[in-house]
Ligand binder design. Structure first.
Ligand SMILES: [Zn+2]
Length: 519
């Protein structure tokens, strides 16, 4: 979901100066793109030139940058971990890629921080330096999958499991492709491809443990120098933060004893994955005066960059906050669910103006539906036919229309238009087109949508869809909270064994196909 409205980034004069300097320093550099092409698509050109100059796969270079920054350089302002620019060149006590980039490129540090083309060149130079250190041959360098340990090192994590998380994210981006608007009408693209990363020693890192406080979360503890054991006050608030950096970067920063900061939970933008880093009962250092009585949740992204605030992240975060509120008796209101900016004695602005509080609080309040959409969660789904009315008819109409079968107005009245849409949907999935919405049609409609593989620990919208579909298919209530816990696993097993599928509690292509066919 790209809603970027940032002005075009300036990479003009200093970029050309940098290119000229680099040409002097690297006489073997292949011919640069023409000035005209570079003017029309300067960021694309910068990636191409830097990749060629340092013999780093171009798509890998883009994916590393996209994972770090969504290709937004934030005008040279530092991230939480003191990283700069689209390639997030870092200068902190334990990780100094900015200085490495300066040494390798001969470019001044200030230019590497501020200028996008220089920053990309610096990122390429660091990747190449690591590739040489790790012994990649020219033949290896042509193989994208061989760069995995280089990418893992680039992330700067102190622990292998966090380094793996970082590198896996980059290879997922390569697999899924990238389309990043970078201002000025330019879009930087990476075409999706098959990947088979050679993880080397990282192959045995993890899987990480699961959280004991929140079973849907991974558990990657912060360094003990970055929080205090226990609490001096009871828990009465949740504080919402934005990381000013990447998900893996935040987790790794909390593992770094120099950072002197932490939060209880970190949430990933792309899919809402949750990692817990400090136990609820301990005092994380995230909001100064608010630390003793609050739980801090960090959201991957930047306050000025709405593209990071995905629906998956809102839903996952709201499910977590709702759980924390229930567990610790925190009222679900804006007095007790605060932004960092609202905690007295703090000078941070997060989560910033792009954070949608109304939507978030609606989700926290227990309604996981889209804004303006009818209620979809029911303890049981009734059989419906023309002439019926009520909230379940509204849910039916909404689902039909959002799945491409126009049910007319979502008014809760089952008329001829809705009946026609039901028959059209039934025909499309191979059910008898009788216009009556029974168990099969409900199951197919409620499960319709993307079919990401799910298992225990998964969270988000797909889990909610699964829970609703299982409620219809099994004829018993599977509560809809968007968290794949043990009860959801049991329901999946029951469904699988009753439908002749292998009962492994994992929702992969076969289980989704069965649900979406209304079985
Ligand atoms: Zn904050």
């Amino acid at each position: 979901m790209s809603r970027r409205s940032a002005p075009p980034r300036r990479i003009g004069v200093t970029a050309l100066a940098g290119a000229a300097l680099a040409a002097l320093l690297a006489p073997a550099q292949p011919a640069a793109a023409t000035d005209a092409a570079a003017d029309a698509a300067p960021v694309t050109a910068a990636f191409g030139e830097a990749a060629a100059q340092y013999d780093v796969p171009r798509d890998l270079l883009v994916a590393v940058g996209y994972g770090e920054s969504r290709l937004d350089g934030h005008d040279g302002l530092p991230s939480q971990a003191r990283g700069y620019g689209v390639m997030h060149l870092v200068s902190n006590p334990t990780h100094r890629t900015l200085e490495t980039a300066a040494a390798e490129t001969g470019l001044p540090v200030a230019e590497l921080r501020q200028d996008t083309a220089a920053n990309i060149r610096g990122g390429a130079a660091v990747l190449r330096e690591y590739a040489d250190t790790l012994g990649l041959s020219p033949h290896d360098r042509a193989d994208l999958d061989a760069w995995y340990p280089v990418v893992a090192r680039y992330g700067g994590a102190t622990e292998d499991s966090t380094a793996r998380l970082y590198a896996d994210t980059v290879y997922e981006l390569l697999r899924d492709g990238v389309r990043a608007p970078v201002g000025g009408g330019e879009t930087v693209e990476v075409t999706p491809r098959a990947v088979a990363p050679e993880r080397g020693r990282y192959a045995t890192a993890g899987p990480v443990a699961l959280s004991e406080d929140y079973p849907a979360a991974r558990w990657v503890p912060a360094h003990e120098a970055n929080y205090a054991s226990g609490r001096t006050q009871s828990i009465s608030a949740v504080v919402i933060h934005v990381t000013q950096g990447s998900y893996a970067g935040a987790i790794s920063w909390f593992q770094n004893p120099d950072s002197q900061v932490s939060a209880h939970y970190v949430i990933r933008s792309s899919d809402g994955e949750v990692t817990q880093t400090v136990r609820d009962a301990d005092t994380a250092w995230h909001a100064r005066s608010g630390n003793p009585y609050s739980i801090g949740i960090e959201h991957e992204g930047w306050v000025d960059e709405p593209a990071w605030f995905t629906d998956a992240m809102y839903r996952s975060s709201a499910a977590l906050t709702s759980h924390l509120a229930d567990r610790h008796g925190i009222p679900k209101d804006r007095e007790h669910i605060l932004g960092h900016v609202e905690v007295p004695g703090n000078d941070h602005t997060d989560p910033g103006p792009h954070w949608d509080w109304d939507y978030y609080m609606e989700l926290v309040g227990g309604d996981p539906g889209e804004p303006g959409a009818p209620e979809l969660d029911f303890p049981a789904y009734s059989s419906l036919a023309e002439g019926d009315s009520g909230p379940q008819v509204a849910a039916l109409q909404h689902l039909l229309t959002t799945n491409g079968h126009d049910a007319g107005e979502t008014d809760g009245d089952f008329g001829p238009t809705t009946a026609a849409a039901v028959r059209s949907f039934q025909t499309a999935i191979g059910l008898p087109a009788d216009g009556v919405v029974g168990r099969s049609t409900w199951t197919a409609l409620l499960s319709a949508g993307p079919t990401a593989s799910l298992g225990e620990g998964s969270t988000g919208e797909a889990v909610s869809r699964l829970q609703r579909a299982l409620t219809a298919a099994l004829g018993r209530t599977v509560s809809v909270d968007g968290i794949f816990g043990p009860l959801t696993g049991e329901a999946v097993r029951d469904y699988q064994s009753s439908r002749g599928l292998s009962a492994d509690s994992l929702v992969g292509p076969q289980t989704w196909a069965a649900l979406q066919a209304g079985r």
